[in-house]
Design a protein around this ligand. Structure first.
Ligand code: ADP
Ligand code: MG
Length: 157
């Protein structure tokens, strides 16, 4: 049920998250607003995905993304968070983030320690980098979506 939604195109404002300390772990995640999250297919699986991302009309970078349960809403709502595999000079809260999700890595997991969590995320990032170099994923980096005017989102085209 997840794969038929991919590639999934999405665009929306970056909002303040709930301070899980992602940045302190060296893995900041740009959170989408509740409204954007609500627009996701309701049957898309929670877990870790990868794809391409672009802030404003900046360059397109590799990303890993988590679709998880939002602790702020007592885990009844989903959250969608994008870690862009790029070092930015500044934060970009309030900017428009455009993403295309091209593949799925694994379901959500609980970890026994912070070290285990961090190393799992590092593995996810390495897996994303490898997958995104394959032609079927690489081609989406050049998709017109990243050059369309704001607001035009066409999925499964
Ligand atoms: P929050 O709980 O507010 O989401 P995070 O610790 O997850 O805080 O940090 C996310 C913020 O960090 C993003 O909203 C963005 O402004 C900034 N940021 C800087 N570099 C990146 C990056 N490579 N990927 C994602 N967000 C980044
Ligand atoms: Mg975050």
């Amino acid at each position: 049920s997840t794969m038929r939604h991919l590639p999934y195109f999405c665009r929306g404002e970056v909002v303040k998250g709930f301070g899980r300390g992602s940045k302190e772990l060296g893995i900041p995640t740009a959170n989408f607003s509740e409204q954007v999250v609500e627009s996701f297919p309701s049957d898309i699986s929670t877990g870790i995905y990868y794809g391409w991302a672009c802030v404003g009309n900046g360059d397109v970078h590799k990303m890993v993304l988590s679709i998880g349960w939002n602790p702020f809403y007592k885990n009844i709502k989903k959250s969608v968070e994008t870690h862009i595999i790029h070092t930015f000079k500044e934060d970009f809260y309030g900017e428009i983030l455009s993403i295309v999700i091209t593949g799925y890595i694994r379901p959500e997991k609980n970890f026994d320690s912070l070290e285990a969590l961090i190393s799992a995320i590092q593995e996810d990032i390495e897996e994303a980098k490898r997958q995104l170099d394959l032609p079927e994923h690489l081609k989406l980096k050049e998709d017109n979506f990243f050059h369309l005017p704001e607001g035009k989102i066409v999925n499964n085209h």
